[in-house]
Design a protein around this ligand. Structure first.
Ligand code: NAD
Length: 345
C-alpha cells in the first residue's frame, strides 16, 4: 500500500511550486497517496474557514505522520501568528534539518555539501518576552527569555550524531556561544562533550564559537560536515549556508519529531512573484526528496536529485533567480525530460 502524505500547497507561490513538485515526484516513481489540505491565508481567505490551521489539516498529519508543505504567509504585526511555528509546536518537530548542497557549477563555491541541524523548539524562539516600562515610556526596555532544557539539548545533539551515522557523515560541529552565555550555551557544550564520547571512533566532534563559525563558513566551508546548534543561531546560519549554494530557491528543510515530520522549502511565499509563474521550484522539489528519504523511498529521491542536477547543469529552463528567463512549469518540464536518463529509470 502507498504511504499517505498530507499535502499543503501553501500561499503565494506555494501552489505553483507544489504542482511542479508533485508532477516531478510522481514521474520519478514516488509511491505516495496525497491527502490534500489547506492552511494559512489560503484557509482563511480562499476557503473561508475560521482558522488558518484547520482541524482537518492537523488530523491528517496526526493520522499519516508526514507532511509536504509549501510556504505559508504570516501577516506582519496583525492577524494570526506563524502557522509554521504552530505546526512545529503542535507536533514537537524538534529537529530542523537543512542540507546545503551545490547544485549548479559556476557559483561562488563549488561542491558544497553541508547539513545544518537546528534545535526547533527551545531557545529565544519560545517567545517569552515583555516590555518594561520606565517613567512615561511603556516600552523603555524589553526582555526575552532564552529557555533551554537538558532534555531538549540532549535530543538535538543525539539527532545530529545519529544523522551523521545514518548518512555516512564524518564530523559533527557544535556551534555555540558558551563564552558569553555560560549557562544556556554552556549546557550545550557540557552535553555535546558527553554525547561525543559515546560516538568516539564513529563520528568526529568539534566545537566553534558561533561568530567564528559564520566567518569560517564563508572563508572555508569545506572544513565542516554536519553542524548542530540552538534555534536562533540555526535560523541565521542556515540562511548563510543557503547563500553558499545559490540562495533560498535552492534550500529545502525537514522538521522532524518523534511521531511526525514536515518537509518544506526554506523560503517563504514570495509575494513579489505571485501570478508571474517564474518561481524556482527547486527547493520545494528537494523538500519532496527529503520526504521520500524519510518514508523509505531514497532510490526515487536519488533519481529526482540526479534529474535536478542534470537540468541545472544543462542550464535549461532556468528561472530568473538562477539567471535564466524560464518559468516554474518550464523548469519542471526540463527536469522531467532528464528523468529517463537517471540510473534506476
Ligand atoms: P521569501 O522567502 O518569500 O522571499 C525572499 C526573496 O526571495 C524574495 O525576493 C522572493 O522573490 C525570493 N524567493 C523566495 N522563494 C523563491 C523561489 N522559489 N524562487 C525564486 N525566488 C524566490 O521571504 P519574505 O518575503 O520575507 O516572506 C514572504 C512571506 O513568507 C511572509 O509572510 C513570511 O512570513 C512567509 N515565510 C514563510 C516561510 C515558511 O512557510 N516556512 C518561511 C519564510 C517566510
Amino acid at each position: 500500500m502507498k504511504p499517505t502524505v498530507t499535502l499543503v500547497p501553501g500561499d503565494g507561490i506555494g501552489p505553483s511550486i507544489t504542482a511542479a513538485t508533485v508532477r516531478v515526484l510522481e514521474a520519478a516513481g514516488a509511491a505516495v497517496a496525497w491527502d490534500r489540505h489547506v492552511a494559512g491565508v489560503a484557509a482563511v481567505e480562499e476557503h473561508q474557514l475560521h482558522t488558518p490551521l484547520p482541524d482537518e489539516t492537523l488530523d491528517s498529519v496526526r493520522r499519516h505522520g508526514v507532511m509536504l508543505k509549501g510556504p505559508l504567509t504570516t501577516p506582519v504585526g496583525v492577524g494570526f501568528r506563524s502557522i509554521n511555528v504552530a505546526l512545529r509546536k503542535e507536533f514537537d518537530l524538534y529537529a530542523n534539518v537543512r542540507p546545503a548542497r551545490t547544485l549548479m557549477a559556476g557559483g561562488r563555491y563549488e561542491d558544497i555539501d553541508l547539513v545544518l541541524i537546528r534545535e526547533n523548539t527551545e531557545g529565544l524562539y519560545v517567545g517569552v518576552e515583555h516590555y518594561i516600562g520606565m517613567g512615561d515610556d511603556p516600552h523603555a526596555a524589553a526582555e526575552s527569555v532564552m529557555l533551554v532544557t537538558r532534555y531538549g539539548i540532549d535530543r538535538i545533539l543525539r539527532y545530529a550524531f545519529e544523522y551523521a551515522m545514518a548518512n555516512g557523515r564524518e564530523k559533527v560541529t557544535l556551534a555555540h556561544k558558551a563564552n558569553i552565555l555560560k549557562f544556556t550555551q554552556g549546557l550545550f557544550v557540557e552535553e555535546g562533550r558527553k554525547i561525543a564520547e559515546e560516538y568516539t571512533g564513529r563520528v568526529d566532534y568539534d566545537e566553534r564559537i558561533i561568530d567564528a563559525a559564520a566567518m569560517q563558513l564563508v572563508l572555508n566551508p569545506y572544513q565542516f560536515d554536519v553542524l548542530v546548534m540552538e534555534n536562533m543561531f540555526g535560523d541565521i546560519l542556515s540562511d548563510l549556508m543557503a547563500g553558499l549554494v545559490g540562495g533560498l530557491g535552492m534550500a529545502p528543510s525537514g522538521n522532524i519529531g518523534k511521531d511526525a515530520a514536515m518537509f518544506e522549502p526554506v523560503h517563504g511565499s514570495a509575494p513579489d512573484l505571485v501570478g508571474q509563474g517564474i518561481a524556482n521550484p527547486t527547493a520545494m522539489i528537494l523538500a519532496g526528496c527529503l520526504m521520500l528519504d524519510h518514508i523509505g523511498q531514497p532510490e526515487v529521491a536519488a533519481r529526482v536529485r540526479g534529474a535536478l542536477d542534470t537540468a541545472l547543469a544543462a542550464g535549461e529552463g532556468l528561472t530568473p533567480d538562477l539567471g535564466g528567463s524560464g518559468t516554474t512549469d518550464g523548469f519542471a518540464e526540463a527536469v522531467l525530460r532528464t528523468l529517463d536518463s537517471q540510473p534506476g529509470s
